[in-house]
Design a protein around this ligand. Structure first.
Ligand SMILES: O=C[C@H](O)COP(=O)(O)O
Length: 324
């Protein structure tokens, strides 16, 4: 099964040798980050006239996800149908966006559901992302985790969301984390790789920042907060910390790395805050699906509900003109 080409507008990150001096120099000022993240909603609210446009954009940034033990092929097919037509037709017409072919950024499933999703999405241009490496805990034998990636790529996943071993971070074994991520990167081949660093398990923002850097050095295309299965998932302070590491990495290497907050993002207003964060910290390039995704299973429903409040054609003009 051929893998869809890497969708990025920019050269992909080949990684660099592990730079331990750089890693140990990485610090995080927790109280400053928390203050900044806490004031984001007040500083960067999206003007009412643009909210529908932002919400439509949020749909295009979404990895529409189902990762449940009771997933069935029927449920995955319904999810894919939703990814292709995320909004009801009457809403699409009322918003005046019939010609824009708005779809979600990707559909994200477990390995066993890749074939079903690939078939259901055929011809839509929507990539299938697969969670891999013994998701969500990454505690299966290493060779099986690597093999899982290879099998998922073979089954047609164009994007692989790997999970790092948290113990490497908690014990400060950066070489082990780098080697693990490097092996995952290689197993992905041409597939796009997102490194889930499971921020809720890492204990400190400094660990979050260091783990992010090591994964980027080892070739991650995206860094992703969490699996959605931990008790603490995406938060604004964690996101701000990670997004800033992408800026530092780009400044040193020239490579742009994407960011994916995931887990517990289920409200349209939260999506707007995350998008504001991206715009403020990284600019408009990071409001495109090759550099930003939401990992979310229930966000789309709330966005659809909120868009019902905007059923008037004039908002399509705002969407066409982009975000400001
Ligand atoms: O990456 C995807 C997450 O598992 C989704 O989490 P969620 O179900 O809390 O939206």
């Amino acid at each position: 099964m051929p893998v869809a080409p890497h969708p990025a507008r920019f050269p992909r990150n080949p990684g660099i040798p592990l730079d331990l001096d750089w890693v140990s120099s990485v610090q995080a000022n927790t109280s400053a980050v928390e203050r900044r993240a806490g004031s984001l909603g007040a500083r960067r609210s999206v003007k009412k006239d643009y909210q529908a446009a932002w919400l439509l954009r949020a749909i295009t940034l979404m990895d529409l996800t189902t990762l449940n033990g009771d997933d069935t092929r029927g449920k995955v097919r319904r999810l894919c149908a939703k990814a292709k037509r995320p909004l009801r037709q009457d809403l699409v017409e009322a918003l005046g966006v019939q010609d824009l072919n708005i779809t979600t950024g990707a559909v994200c499933v477990y390995h066993d559901m890749i074939g079903t999703a690939v078939e259901a999405l055929e011809g839509s241009g929507i990539p299938v992302a697969a969670v891999s490496t013994g998701f969500p805990d990454a505690l299966s034998p290493f060779h099986l985790r690597v093999q899982e990636i290879e099998e998922s790529v073979k089954a047609g996943a164009a994007e692989i969301d790997i999970v790092i071993s948290r113990r490497h971070v908690l014990s400060g074994d950066w070489q082990a984390l780098y080697d693990e991520m490097r092996a995952y990167r290689e197993a992905c081949g041409e597939a796009h790789v997102k490194a889930i660093i499971s921020t809720g398990n890492l204990g400190s923002l400094r660990n979050v920042a260091r783990a992010s850097h090591v994964c980027m050095m080892a070739g991650a295309d995206f860094i992703k907060t969490s699996t959605g299965k931990e008790s603490v998932n995406a938060t604004l302070p964690v996101s701000l910390t990670m997004v800033r590491t992408t800026r530092e990495y780009e400044a040193r290497t020239g490579y742009k790395i994407g960011f994916k907050p995931a887990g517990g993002i289920s409200k349209a207003k939260d999506a707007l805050v995350y998008m504001s964060l991206m715009k403020e910290e990284r600019g408009n390039d990071w409001l495109e699906p090759d550099l930003f995704r939401f990992g979310a299973s229930s966000l789309l429903g709330d966005i659809e509900r909120q868009l019902e409040h905007f059923v008037t054609g004039r908002y399509s003009a705002a969407f066409r003109h982009g975000i400001s």
